[in-house]
Ligand binder design. Structure first.
Ligand SMILES: C[S@@+](CC[C@H](N)C(=O)[O-])C[C@H]1O[C@@H](n2cnc3c(N)ncnc32)[C@H](O)[C@@H]1O
Length: 272
């Protein structure tokens, strides 16, 4: 149910994602690739590559890059951006690669979109060789200022989350902080797990910040898509009012945000 909802959420939305929230997710790229040890000659797998931001950066480091995503429109756009990389469809937790194919694997804001995060991490561990690294990011809970702003906007507009929007099965859920994600990596069999909270300021123009959810992207987009025209207009008015607090020179917004980044090694006598 959750995975079907996710498939529908991303379907045909690659251009909308590239032009809105891809820039937000790009904020962790360097830290993620550093954590995974991605450098010249390293064979790295980027899962849930989206429009290929992280994979592109890995190529720039001289890595040998394979990228996968469940959404065909993402794969099509990423292929265009990533000459020299192998880009294909794969739906996590299934990965169409032999055991120990890669030196490293990364997942930038993907584990928070799958119905079975533990199975996904185990799958990443399976395709990375013993002694290789896996690094993943998620959004923290409670959410940072940039994301919490949407809750404030919805509350001010009297919008509530539609009750029929699927939630992750509690049996598969985990605490969205460094300890919670680290515990999940350990449970998946990774060794020497370490993590940190990465904080930065996301600079964006207001139309880009609006356009992601307005195009139906992410949980916020699912809530906004469920509203009628007058309600959306009300949400937009509160969006303009509440984001104005973060306006900087040129009318752009400077939004404080943060992510959880955790990395683990595939044990040399791996059980993952
Ligand atoms: C928030 S985007 C992040 C994209 C990219 N990693 C980035 O940093 O820009 C999440 C991506 O995960 C993909 N995704 C979600 N569930 C997936 C699954 N089960 N298997 C593979 N990809 C998935 C979506 O299609 C989307 O491209």
């Amino acid at each position: 149910m959750f995975d079907e909802h996710e498939r529908a959420q991303w379907a045909g939305r690659a251009v909308a994602y590239r032009d809105s929230l891809a820039a937000l997710c790009a904020g962790t790229t360097s830290a993620l690739l550093d954590a995974a040890g991605v450098a010249r000659g390293v064979a790295v797998l980027d899962v849930g590559t989206g429009t290929g931001t992280v994979a592109s950066s890995a190529l720039g480091r001289g890595a040998s890059v394979t990228a996968v995503d469940a959404e065909p429109s993402m794969v099509a756009l990423a292929r265009g951006l990533l000459p020299g990389a192998s880009v294909r469809i794969a739906v996590l937790p299934d990965l169409p690669f032999a055991d120990a194919t890669f030196d490293a694997a990364v997942a930038n804001f993907v584990v928070n979109h799958v119905g079975d995060p533990l199975a996904t991490l185990r799958s990443l561990g399976r395709v990375v060789r013993p002694g290789g690294r896996v690094a993943v990011t998620i959004w923290p809970h409670p959410p940072p200022v940039a994301q919490a702003l949407w809750s404030d906007i919805f509350a001010a507009a009297g919008v509530v989350r539609p009750p029929d929007l699927p939630r992750l099965d509690p049996a598969h859920d985990f605490t969205r902080d460094v300890d919670g994600l680290s515990a999940l990596l350990r449970q998946a069999g990774f060794a020497d797990v370490s993590g940190s909270k990465v904080a930065w300021t996301h600079e964006t123009d207001p139309e880009s910040w609006w356009s992601g959810p307005a195009s139906g992207i992410g949980a916020t987009g699912a809530v906004l898509s469920a509203q009628d025209g007058p309600t959306r207009a009300r949400v937009r008015a509160h969006f303009d009012r509440l984001t104005a607090v973060f306006a900087v020179v040129g009318g752009r917004l400077a939004l404080p945000t943060a992510a959880i980044l955790v990395c683990g090694w595939v044990a040399r006598t791996s059980t993952v």
